[in-house]
Write a protein that binds this ligand. Structure first.
Ligand code: FUL
Length: 512
């Protein structure tokens, strides 16, 4: 009888196994994080790191390169940076607010997204939320009938720009701050923003956290906040106090020259992410190991001590003026076009996204001086990167390589033969070219790998170093004294796995 039962259940067991295996196979493997085993060799850890990849939402975000950030709110009318609980909604009255002008500023700069404040630490809401009266609806602006987020999201989408929101968890005004009810209100506000304004591509949670009006500090329900976002706008990245995008660690506009998008993560983080496959990060323990302000976050020395690793790319936030909010006294202190270009090279050009803040003034407009600098920056960058001098060259290693490197597609790439972690190619430009900029990109969708590279030019029969560096990642831009040469050599000297070079460019910056 026993035997019969066993034989009878055999096909059922097989069937169950079949379904189980199929279900496992059908589940997409999440390669955005990986754990490190106890006693694992450095070589194996490094290879694992090289194969951690961005999630689709991180790819979308990274390729934007530049996002415009907009600080505007009650502080604009109080001429301050951080508000206080005495502020009154009656003071909020932009006389000429024009969402399209803000969107045009982003277009002028060449940005791909507008990231707008919905609420800063002062608690003043720029949309008519149901959950507090401290908002535009209590202000004289448009007779209390206005909604900045509505106008801004529409203007962004009409211009083909993505739209994101900054919602400060810290709220100086809310009497509920410091209680569980505040978390509920915050989630309800998130729901309003994530359901009422079309597609949202980034939610930015600030790290600043002080006391509320009752002197209490809040224990945030991060898990709840992330769940709401993943459920309502799954394509949106959650930045800074969130699992998708990391704060670079300064507000200067300058990223690290060695910037790894793969950084150590604690086992708590990994468990958290694994449970939820980055769809619903669980308990909020998403922070990578260590101090985000450290000069080194992702070197081999850091990885060898880690429990695991995750794709956590860097965002460089900086304001076009000294302050985040508008102050008339800073009209003469707007960063010049040249300074913005320098920041661009030091952020986008160092494997980061540039989040450039434009504070709107009391009229509700981006000031003329700021627009002038943005236009100047874009003109310089366009003039520099309009023509890749590599085009028309022939790769001496043979074949299609120049096309693969210049087709604006990082997924078509050059790799060394035999899957080696080092290698080189030489390009004959067919005649001498004069250049002072190099652009490099890895096929970052498959991971970040290059640890050391050098670009050389043949001058008077000798190979000389034009420029060199460590990491590449999504993009690396290098500046150097102009060089005139016909033969160029690129060498990867060290890499975590077989490198995949998606773009290579030689450019000449304009001389003005
Ligand atoms: C900081 C805030 O305290 C500043 O006011 C500003 O919003 C900046 C982007 O983040 O943490």
């Amino acid at each position: 009888m026993m035997l019969l039962l066993k034989f009878r259940s055999f096909p059922i067991i097989l069937l169950l196994m079949y379904f189980q295996i199929n279900t496992i196979l059908a589940q997409p493997v999440n390669r955005s994080f990986v754990s490190v085993n106890k006693g694992e060799s450095l070589d194996s850890i490094v290879k694992k790191a090289a194969n951690v990849v961005p999630s689709p939402r991180q790819v979308m975000w990274q390729e934007l390169e530049l996002t415009c950030f907009y600080h505007f709110g009650i502080n604009t009318f109080y001429d301050c940076e951080w508000g206080n609980k005495e502020q009154k909604a009656e003071f909020f009255n932009p006389t000429a607010f024009d969402a399209n002008q803000w969107a045009m500023a982003a277009k002028t700069a060449g940005a791909g997204m507008m990231l707008c404040l919905a609420k800063h630490h002062d608690g003043f809401c720029l949309w008519p939320t149901k959950y507090t009266d401290f908002s535009v609806k209590s202000s004289p602006w448009k007779g209390g009938k206005g909604d900045l987020i509505d106008e801004l999201s529409k203007a962004a989408h009409a211009q083909g720009l993505k739209f994101g929101i900054y919602l400060s968890p810290w709220d100086i005004h809310s009497p509920l701050y410091g209680t569980d009810e505040y978390n509920e209100v915050f989630m309800n506000q998130l729901r309003e923003l994530l359901t009422g304004y079309g597609r949202i591509d980034e939610v930015w949670f600030d790290g600043a956290c002080g006391e509320g009006p009752n002197g209490k500090r809040q224990v945030y329900d991060w898990e709840g906040f992330y769940k709401v976002i993943r459920e309502l706008q799954p394509q949106a990245v959650i930045a800074v106090m969130g699992p998708d995008v990391r704060w670079v660690g300064t507000e200067s506009g300058y990223g690290r020259t060695t910037e790894w998008s793969v950084v150590p993560a604690s086992s708590a983080v990994l468990e958290d992410i694994a449970l939820s496959s980055q769809q619903n990060p669980g308990n909020g323990a998403f922070m990578p190991v260590g101090n985000l302000m450290d000069e080194d976050l992702g070197s081999r020395e850091k990885l060898v001590k880690a429990d695991g690793m995750m794709w956590y790319p860097s965002e460089v936030d900086v304001s076009i003026r000294p302050g985040w909010f508008y102050h008339e006294r800073e009209d003469s202190l707007v960063k010049s076009a040249e300074k913005l270009v320098d920041i661009y090279y030091s952020s986008v050009g160092r494997n980061s996204l540039l989040l450039l803040n434009l504070p709107a003034d009391r009229r509700g407009l981006i000031h003329e001086n700021d627009i002038r600098s943005l236009r100047g920056m874009k003109e310089i960058l366009d003039a520099t990167f309009s023509r890749n001098l590599l085009e028309g060259g022939i790769c001496e290693n043979g074949g299609e390589i120049v096309n693969l490197l210049t087709d604006f597609n990082t997924t078509t790439y050059w790799s060394p033969e035999n899957s080696s972690s080092t290698g080189e190619f030489t390009i004959n430009l067919s005649h001498k070219q004069y250049f002072d900029r190099v652009l490099l990109q890895e096929n970052f969708r498959e991971g970040q790998r290059v640890e050391q590279f050098v670009v050389e030019a043949e001058i008077n029969g000798e190979w000389i170093t034009v420029t060199q560096g460590t990491t590449i990642g999504y993009k690396r831009l290098l500046r150097f004294e102009p060089v005139s040469a016909q033969h160029i050599r690129f060498r990867v000297l060290k890499s975590r796995d077989c490198p995949q070079i998606g773009s290579f460019g030689l450019f000449k910056a304009p001389e003005w």
